[in-house]
Design a binder for this molecule. Structure first.
Ligand SMILES: [Fe+2]
Length: 236
């Protein structure tokens, strides 16, 4: 499996504080059947550069190889929607034209459509992170559906489907899956206790709704296509 959204780099955000903890996370992911992880530190301003992310990725990959943890880390970022696309655009996944975009946890901004438009204008495809955890979208999933077309993708969090983020997030994630608008399921892992870098429990829950094959596509073929920069459409 491929985890497209995980805070695994040490000391860059609210993820692990040390390289040792990053390696522990990767080991847990490997045990869960994950072979590749896109490192997606929070990008909220212009303090962190993609070059620094890349350096940290190289360092972690070296440590994983040395400690024989069979996981490859790939550079990316989780970019805040308030950030100007001229800055967030640097943090595309694996040098492709795909960008993880996070709206505030409190609401869906009025400017959401404009933000998506500006990103797409740069030839970049936005992937909206965990909309099922956004209260405006939980209240009215139609707000999200209105923003989607073939060039705006959706990523849900595995833990939402297993109830980790409460009943509302679970219900919303299930609704979006049934609607067929989810392209990727990722861990959004932060550490090894509460926000674990794992996917298999989420796949199990998704399979009860979509069937095994479509559930696996959310963590395998779809993220694989994204990190290879292949064209992908919203409904798979
Ligand atoms: Fe995240």
């Amino acid at each position: 499996m491929i985890d497209l959204h995980c805070h695994i780099l040490p000391g860059l955000d609210d993820g692990p504080g040390t390289l040792v903890q990053s390696v522990e996370m990767a080991r847990m992911a490997a045990d869960d059947g994950i072979t590749r992880i896109v490192a997606t530190p929070h990008i909220v301003d212009d303090q962190l550069s993609m070059k620094e992310v890349g350096k940290s990725v190289v360092k972690l990959n070296r440590a994983l190889k040395h400690q024989q943890v069979p996981v490859e880390i790939i550079p990316g970022g989780e970019t805040a929607s308030a950030l100007d696309p001229s800055i967030s655009g640097d943090f595309v996944i694996a040098n492709t034209r795909y960008l993880l975009l996070e709206f505030p946890h409190t609401h869906l901004p009025q400017t959401a459509r404009e933000t998506l438009f500006r990103i797409r204008k740069m030839g970049v495809t936005p992937i909206i992170c965990h909309p099922e955890r956004n209260p405006s979208i939980v209240d009215n999933p139609g707000l999200l559906l209105d923003l989607l077309d073939g060039d705006v993708l959706v990523q849900i969090t595995a833990g939402s489907l297993t109830g980790q983020f409460g009943r509302d997030a679970r219900q919303c994630a299930r609704y979006l899956l049934k609607k067929g608008v989810v392209t990727v399921m990722a861990s959004d892992g932060h550490e090894t206790r509460d926000r674990k870098p794992v996917l298999s429990a989420g796949v199990k829950a998704a399979a009860r709704i979509l069937g095994q094959e479509k559930a696996m596509a959310l963590v395998k073929t779809n993220p694989a296509a994204i990190i290879q920069g292949k064209r992908i459409y919203q409904c798979q």
